[in-house]
Design a protein around this ligand. Structure first.
Ligand SMILES: Cc1cc2nc3c(=O)[nH]c(=O)nc-3n(C[C@H](O)[C@H](O)[C@H](O)COP(=O)(O)OP(=O)(O)OC[C@H]3O[C@@H](n4cnc5c(N)ncnc54)[C@H](O)[C@@H]3O)c2cc1C
Length: 394
């Protein structure tokens, strides 16, 4: 066998898992190949997340906030999130930090090429690339839809929301931002039925911030629509004229918020990881921290069971049901997405909401959070899902 592990795709999930392997003596003599088609030399994203602990990537945390703001026409709150801290990492720092560390290990090879197809033989995994064919004991795939040329077929009980967003990092002439506070969600925007639209602000100084227009919806917009909304917001809420700020960087992204279960075990020796393996939280789009948890579970499973595949307990799976219920309530337009979050944030501390969104809350906290919104739409959503065959398909 040429390699112990091949990574098909060298983005966040692959580099994270490879970093955990790199610092663990159990993997010291393992031969690893990372196949990536892009140079990864651009700051194409920022990864933000909340945590109570030091991040595994603490050294490259670009900025952190101890407070978050939640705004809605009916309710506004600026909240200290202790013991949590909201952190952000720039993609370029992440790629460089991981690559610089991993390239010091002579057992790790980076291959800059495009992969095509991959699969399992009875005894190992294989991949075909523009630079040749390779074999390993295990292949971790993080290339979305890599195993399939088919378009996504939407199945009945599930929801296929997209989190789509465009953001500008703006530099302003005067001081306008509260550098201590990240604006988690500002819903003081026009809302469409069945969707949720908000602004997200990450200030890095009094006169510099990411201002991002984010939508949980079904269809992406033209760039003009996002830009018009960002301009309106800067004018109406930051009270700046166009000549009072300049755009330093832009970010655009689409994150699938699908609740259809993702296939983890693609074939005997191929495991899907990252967004391709279902690491995205269907009701929020947050993925980065789930990738870290997933990496740690894979490491533990390899060390104890000699396989990367692990099973989530039945109890853990209840969080997928909550995600689906929330999406069903929004899609069936029983409650406006903005109002669901407003009721949650009005009645609960973000610490409890963060635990819930991290799939780490207990039953009592989950009941309390669910009781903060009118129960009828959620009960109806539950029975809609039952009727659509949700529990039989899972
Ligand atoms: C703009 C943006 C901002 C985001 N911000 C956040 C955030 O703030 N917080 C959060 O939790 N999540 C965020 N996410 C979601 C998620 O964390 C990222 O999408 C993350 O990159 C997912 O990691 P991944 O490894 O699954 O996919 P990727 O990082 O996309 O890795 C897949 C890799 O496969 C490579 N590839 C594709 N095709 C081939 C091929 N044929 N051959 C070889 N290589 C190939 C790609 O170049 C890519 O590097 C964001 C996503 C986007 C798009």
């Amino acid at each position: 066998m040429q390699y112990d592990f091949i990574f098909n795709g060298g983005g966040v999930a692959a580099l994270s898992l490879a970093m955990y392997m790199n610092e663990n003596l159990f993997f010291a003599d393992k031969k690893i190949l990372i196949i990536e088609s892009q140079k990864k030399d651009k700051n194409d994203k920022t990864f933000s997340f909340w945590t109570t602990d030091e991040s595994f990537f603490e050294k490259i945390v670009h900025k952190q906030w101890k407070k978050i703001a939640f705004l809605h026409p009916k309710f506004e709150k600026n909240i200290d999130i202790f013991p949590y801290v909201y952190k952000t990492i720039r993609a370029i720092d992440f790629y460089q930090y991981c690559q610089n560390n991993l390239k010091k290990n002579k057992n790790i090879t980076f291959l800059s090429t495009k992969s095509h197809i991959y699969g399992s033989t009875p005894s190992c995994a294989w991949v075909q690339t523009d630079a040749g064919n390779f074999e390993a004991q295990w292949l971790f795939n993080s290339v979305p839809n890599a195993g399939s040329t088919k378009k996504i077929i939407k199945k009945k009980p599930y929801h296929y929301y997209l989190q789509h967003f465009k953001g500008w990092i703006i530099h302003t002439k005067k001081d306008v931002f509260d550098v201590e506070t990240a604006t988690f969600m500002d819903f003081r925007l026009p809302q469409k039925k069945g969707e949720a639209s908000f602004m997200y602000l990450l200030p890095t100084s009094k006169n510099e911030s990411l201002v991002e227009y984010t939508i949980f919806g079904q269809n992406i917009f033209t760039h003009e629509i996002y830009e018009a909304e960002i301009k309106n917001y800067i004018h109406n809420f930051l009270h700046l004229q166009e000549n009072e700020y300049e755009i330093k960087e832009t970010e655009f992204g689409v994150i699938p918020m699908f609740d259809e279960p993702f296939v983890q075990k693609e074939s005997s020796f191929v495991m899907n990881i990252g967004a391709a393996g279902g690491a995205t939280k269907a009701s929020t789009g947050y993925t980065f921290q789930n990738i870290q948890k997933e990496s740690q579970k894979i490491i533990a499973s390899l060390m104890t069971n000699s396989t990367p595949f692990y099973a989530n307990s039945w109890l853990e799976k209840r969080f997928s049901l909550y995600d689906s219920m929330l999406l069903e309530v929004m899609q069936s337009q029983q409650l406006n997405g903005a109002d669901i979050f407003q009721m949650m944030f009005e009645k609960h501390l973000p610490t409890k909401i963060f635990r819930f969104l991290d799939n780490e809350s207990n039953f009592l906290e989950e009941l309390q959070i669910m009781a903060s919104v009118p129960s009828f739409p959620f009960v109806k959503a539950f029975f809609n899902l039952v009727q659509k065959g949700y529990f039989f398909k899972k």
